[in-house]
Design a protein around this ligand. Structure first.
Ligand SMILES: [Ca+2]
Ligand SMILES: [Ca+2]
Length: 227
């Protein structure tokens, strides 16, 4: 009787229920997303050498976890990533294992959404970048996905943080992905570039909503067959 009742519920209602149930997969998958733990930062080379043992570490090229205000920029909570000026790009990577999403990635239905806050201490048009890269089980030398990145020229106002974000479909075969935050070094005017409050979320279709949509379709079919 209960099933019959569900089957007769209008499909729009079922879709709403499905989306309500399915709203729980937006958790931030990054470890130390706010750069609050200096011991979680290490050299970029160390991090890329073994994704598995260095999972959740920030691999940083030319940067430190900085406590307190510098050049008028104040971190969220206590600390922020401070990246040095100069060079071509100054980067920080964190690698995330995607094994929990293997079947959804294989069917092309897993998506990512990443973002971070950027800020600098002066009017010098620094270019901030965020990007995702995808790798097979072999790690750094097994890159399989094209980089999808967004960049933003910062406003030079030390009192405001600017968000840069990137999203897309996780390519088939990906076992690891990197969340990368970076500055283009020659745009930084000799000053530090700061990053804080990074986020990586992965979304997959919820089995519950798929089931409910299926039941809704069944209901429509039953009604058609009766009329
Ligand atoms: Ca912070
Ligand atoms: Ca700013």
């Amino acid at each position: 009787m209960k099933l019959q009742k569900i089957v007769n519920t209008p499909i729009a209602t079922l879709t709403l229920i499905g989306s309500l149930i399915g709203g729980a997969n937006a958790a931030n998958l990054l470890i130390d997303p706010g750069f609050e733990d200096a011991s979680n930062l290490q050299g970029l080379g160390t991090t890329v050498s073994n994704f598995n043992t260095n999972q959740g570490k920030w691999g940083v090229e030319g940067g430190i976890a900085l406590s307190g205000t510098l050049n008028g920029v104040t971190p969220y909570n206590t600390m922020m990533l401070s990246m040095q000026s100069g060079g071509s790009y100054n980067q920080a990577f964190q690698f995330t294992n995607l094994s929990a999403y293997t079947s959804e990635i294989a069917s092309g239905s897993a998506t990512f959404d990443m973002s971070a806050l950027f800020n600098t201490g002066g009017p010098h048009n620094a270019l901030g970048i965020i990007s995702a890269q995808f790798y097979g089980a072999g790690g750094w030398n097994n890159k399989i996905g094209s980089q999808q990145s967004n960049s933003l020229t910062l406003d030079g106002d030390a009192s405001t943080w600017e968000q840069i974000s990137s999203s897309g479909v996780i390519p088939t075969g990906a076992v690891w992905m990197s969340t990368e935050v970076a500055y283009k070094g020659d745009t930084m005017g000799g000053m530090e570039g700061f990053v804080d409050e990074a986020s990586l979320a992965i979304a997959v279709p919820e089995p519950s909503s798929t089931l409910l949509l299926g039941l809704g379709s069944l209901g429509l079919l039953l009604r058609r067959s009766r009329s």
